[in-house]
Design a protein around this ligand. Structure first.
Ligand code: MLC
Ligand code: AMP
Length: 530
């Protein structure tokens, strides 16, 4: 049997191909027939370019129906899809392209100036543009491509995608995701969340991460045979989401989206009278948001927990108690355990209530990292459990509670930021001795990135190399430094990684081992965004 995920989706396309599957905010409707034929043409172009199954196709474009169809075309052609956050900057992208060695790079037309030399340097044979409306050289070339009608034969453990996640060392690693990882998780979620005939999923999440692509889009695709459809927003905007909610039945979002919806005075039980399910994940949902949402709308948000490397791990039940503050129960087919240590497999599995390291095993878990065998040894136990880096406990009913992270990670508005990556950029600034990047509570983003910087002896902010330093020379030392750090970070890093505040200190607090005490810093600056 062909384990290609796209054949699973295609098996769920309805016989009546004139049915609309996707509708955009501007009212553009895409039928199953158009969807399927576009995917076949895009896959045909991949094939015609001589890109073979198993080779990589990297994509960094804005969200559009065509971007979704390009992903599905990669699956259909059997190539490995490499989605890249549209906020990533040139230096971040150059690393991913150099590491994954894709044969094709599809990018936004605005990135032409750097994409051309980068691809030339890395000998990436084929480069195309796709704009936010889905047009550009990719679509134009695909117009005349012969359709690929036979879906590539793929085994369950063949790679479907590589998703880069930053690491604690500052070096990103490519999580290798197989067809089985994706199909098992998609089937489970489709069933667990009780997808019904005629469900309309309001899709507001980005398409380049697990939540928007593998959770939201996949469940909708599996529901196409029942008349399910997607209401597709290019970007999350609370007012626009609210306007579409009258026609939707399912919504998936990160906690920031829920707080922004609640900030809309017009959001109430009437606005979501047709809604049956609100799913939250990617970051902790505050009790305050969970409770206020219930009061305002009558709906209990269903919180679930997952990772790039594992897809979805746990979920509160559709029927049964959705416990606020918990991420629910292990999904069917997924084994979760909490251990007293993460260093090796000798650690003990803790009983209910014991706080420890969350480890996971199942068909949803990645086989390993792209070309990093040493990371595979570090991140898996020898009995093949994946170490999530999250700390938590299971309550007496088996619900998982996340209480913290053993990994140094900040989650801001659902995006992950590994402090080390930001610290490396700041430490590179002349005049900076060292820095510590932390996450602080933030009303909108949950956590916000903050940098605490130590200057080299005798250095002054005015000596830092930044055009904005001159402009800031009359203001305090901290605001001058803040401008310099922000400018340097904006050049090299995606905007969500850029510190929202910068503090200067004489020295960083350290423990007896010389390790920076980030908890101490978090306490010191705790109320910075109040
Ligand atoms: C935008 N900014 C952010 C940010 N998003 N800063 C920190 N954290 C974020 N998440 C920056 C902007 O660049 C801008 O900076 C300033 O903050 C204000 O931006 P905004 O206009 O308010 O942001 P907006 O474009 O509305 O985006 C907010 C958002 C977006 C919440 C809609 O961040 C988002 O789509 N988040 C979802 C992320 C996601 O899909 N996560 C799933 C990962 S998968 P400036 O300087 O330009 O003014 C995963 C596994 C799992 O985690 O379990 O699901
Ligand atoms: P990512 O690497 O982007 O896939 O992010 C995965 C991380 O997001 C997990 O390891 C958790 O730390 C966090 N996460 C995902 N869902 C939740 C949730 N519901 N509550 C708390 N943290 C979450």
């Amino acid at each position: 049997m062909n384990a290609n995920l796209y054949s699973l989706f295609q098996s769920r396309f309805p016989a009546d191909k004139s049915r609309v599957f996707l509708e955009t905010e501007s009212g553009r409707e895409i039928t199953i027939a158009e969807f399927e034929s576009t995917v076949a043409r895009y896959a045909g172009l991949i094939h015609a370019l001589g890109v073979a199954p198993g080779e990589r196709v990297a994509v960094q474009v804005e969200k559009s129906p065509e971007a979704l169809m390009l992903y599905l075309a990669c699956l259909a052609a059997g190539v490995v899809y490499l989605p890249l956050n549209s906020a990533y900057r040139e230096s971040e992208i150059a690393y991913f392209l150099g590491d994954a060695e894709p044969r094709i790079f599809v990018h936004s037309p605005r990135d032409e100036t750097w994409a051309q030399p980068v691809c030339e340097k890395l000998s990436i044979a084929h480069r195309f543009a796709m704009n936010e409306a889905g047009g550009g050289s990719w679509a134009e070339n695909a117009l005349n491509a012969p359709s690929l009608l036979e879906i590539a034969n793929r085994a369950a453990d063949d790679l479907a995608a590589i998703l880069y996640t930053s690491g604690t060392t500052g070096r990103s690693k490519g999580a290798m995701i197989t067809h089985l990882n994706l199909s098992s998780n998609a089937r489970t979620l489709h069933q667990y969340w009780g997808f019904k005939a005629d469900d309309v999923l309001l899709h507001v999440l980005p398409l380049f991460h697990v939540h928007g692509l593998f959770v939201a889009a996949h469940t909708a695709l599996l529901n196409a045979d029942r008349g399910g459809r997607l209401l597709f927003h290019a970007k999350f905007d609370a007012k626009a989401a609210l306007a579409s909610m009258a026609r939707a039945t399912v919504f998936m979002g990160v906690p920031t989206m829920y707080t922004r919806l609640l900030a809309e005075p017009g959001f109430n039980a009437d606005t979501c009278s047709k809604m049956r399910l609100f799913v939250s994940g990617s970051a902790p949902l505050l009790a305050e948001t969970f409770n206020e949402f219930k009061l305002r709308t009558g709906h209990t948000i269903l919180e679930r927990y997952g990772m790039t490397e594992t897809g979805m791990i746990t979920s509160n039940p559709l029927v049964g108690e959705r416990k606020g503050g918990t991420v629910g129960l292990p999904l069917p087919g997924v084994t979760v355990r909490v251990t007293d240590g993460d260093a090796d497999n000798d650690s003990t599995v803790l009983a209910a209530g014991g706080i420890g390291h969350i480890q996971v095993k199942g068909d949803n878990v990645l086989p390993g990292y792209w070309r990093m065998p040493e990371k595979n040894l570090e991140e898996f136990t020898s009995d093949e459990f994946f170490k999530t880096g999250d700390m938590g406990f299971m309550d007496a009913d088996g619900y998982v509670n996340i209480v913290g992270r053993s990994k140094d990670l900040v989650i801001s508005g659902g995006y992950n930021i590994y402090p080390k990556e930001v610290e490396l950029v700041i430490d590179d600034l002349p005049g900076v001795a060292e820095s510590a990047v932390i996450g602080l509570p933030h009303r909108d983003f949950g956590e916000a990135v903050v940098a605490v910087v130590v200057l080299v002896a005798g250095a002054s902010v005015k000596k830092l190399p930044s055009a904005s330093i001159g402009a800031a020379s009359d203001s305090s030392m901290e605001s001058g430094l803040e401008a310099a750090v922000i400018q340097a970070c904006k050049q090299k890093l995606a905007n969500f990684k850029v510190p929202k505040k910068v503090f200067v200190v004489a020295e960083l607090p350290r423990n007896a081992m010389g390790k920076v005490e980030k908890n101490e810093l978090r306490k010191r600056y705790l109320t910075s965004f109040d």
